[in-house]
Ligand binder design. Structure first.
Ligand code: NAI
Length: 340
């Protein structure tokens, strides 16, 4: 691709709000096709003639799909998200496909939503909203606790995890953090870095902000839950498969888990971002989780702010322009995912 030619870009899982944000930043050299459908074996055909595709969190970028994209002549996969657990990176490398992402669109959006889930679960806003509208002003069942003085454990000391820590320090919480790497910035924030088991054993609230990798898959499982405080609050705005849903159900039934807030779910690809309100939902574990009064689920909306949408669109456009300028055989692009 040379700098001044027209570039065909096909965007999958592209809702109206994504399209509007992308339209604002793509210039006339981008011939864009915006598709609401997710990328999968049935829809990959729409990538024919595209040099670039853009994709989101639940799009299927497994080996067979990558192979087909490559056959169609796609050169660049521009993820409109930070996480890349849905991409077979080894296959992308083998095929010579370049993969770029938006490393941080708004850590504030996700951090603020995380705090929102904690507060809503603690003070039971979801229950209070319905009660008051029904003329029921009784407080029984709405008892909360002071955040002040509680110990919060953060898993993952990246951009979002550190921000959550900073916000919780302002509440007067004791903040512990676990990350495989040493976090200098955490020390400056007064956040104590500890081993994972220490965090699990001591935290009243545990919140997940690490990427989904083979090591972190089902980090929250029967064994880890057994080591936690009785009545612990668990929050996950990271990726669904960081938690084993079966273990969550058992933990909730035994009251070991006192509160559960999730913005992500391990099989969310079949559910989230679409209206299924007139259909039967066949995921029994998901439905069981929704029956608990102390569970609050949002549908992967933590990132969903105006600022984040603009930032995603801007960075996606910059990623495409940079690739076009540098060419197919260029050195590593600014937001390219390193494939070892
Ligand atoms: P980041 O890359 O800045 O930080 C991730 C941190 O996790 C790094 O410090 C890394 O060393 C650490 N880490 C890696 N493996 C770990 C493990 N096994 N245990 C503990 N820590 C580990 O990422 P950022 O921007 O803070 O995002 C974190 C995650 O949040 C993303 O990977 C993504 O999955 C999720 N996310 C969710 C969104 C939503 O809307 N719900 C939106 C954006 C991100």
């Amino acid at each position: 691709m040379s700098d001044n030619t027209v570039t065909h870009v096909v965007s999958f899982s592209c809702k109206e709000y994504d399209e509007q944000a992308l339209c604002r930043v793509f210039d006339e050299t981008i011939h864009a096709k915006y598709l609401e459908v997710p990328l999968d074996a049935n829809t990959v055909v729409y990538a024919k003639q595209a040099k670039v595709i853009t994709a989101f969190v639940n799009d299927d970028l497994s080996a067979p799909i990558l192979q087909q994209l490559n056959d169609y002549g796609v050169e660049l996969i521009a993820l409109r998200c930070a996480g890349f657990n849905n991409v077979d990176l080894a296959e992308a490398k083998r095929l010579g496909l370049r993969v770029v992402r938006v490393p941080a669109y708004s850590p504030y959006a996700v951090a603020e939503h995380t705090i929102g889930l904690m507060l809503a679960l603690n003070r039971k806003f979801h229950k209070a909203y319905n009660r008051v509208r029904d003329g029921n002003f009784a407080l029984k069942g709405l008892l909360g606790f002071d955040m002040h003085g509680k110990t919060v454990g953060i898993v993952g000391a990246g951009r979002i995890g550190r921000l959550v820590g900073k916000m919780l320090k302002a509440f007067g919480c004791h903040v512990l953090i676990y990350d495989p790497y040493s976090c200098e910035a955490c020390k400056e924030l007064g956040i104590k870095q500890v081993e994972l088991n220490t965090l699990f054993e001591n935290a009243d609230i545990i919140t997940l902000h690490c990427p989904l990798t083979p090591e972190s898959t089902h980090l929250i499982n029967d064994q880890s839950i057994a080591t936690m405080k009785k009545g612990v609050m668990l929050i996950n705005t990271g990726r669904g498969a960081l938690m084993d849903s079966k273990a969550l159900i058992e933990g909730l039934k035994s009251k070991k888990i006192g509160y559960l807030g999730m913005d992500v779910f391990e099989r969310e690809g079949a559910l989230f971002f679409e209206d299924h309100s007139c259909e039967i939902i066949y995921d029994d574990e998901f439905e069981r989780l929704l029956t608990f009064p102390n569970v609050l689920v949002t549908g992967h909306q933590a990132y969903f702010t105006e600022e984040a949408l603009s930032h995603i669109a801007e960075t996606t456009a910059q990623n495409i322009y940079e690739y076009r300028k540098q060419g197919k055989d260029s050195k590593r692009l600014l937001n390219e995912i390193e494939i070892s």
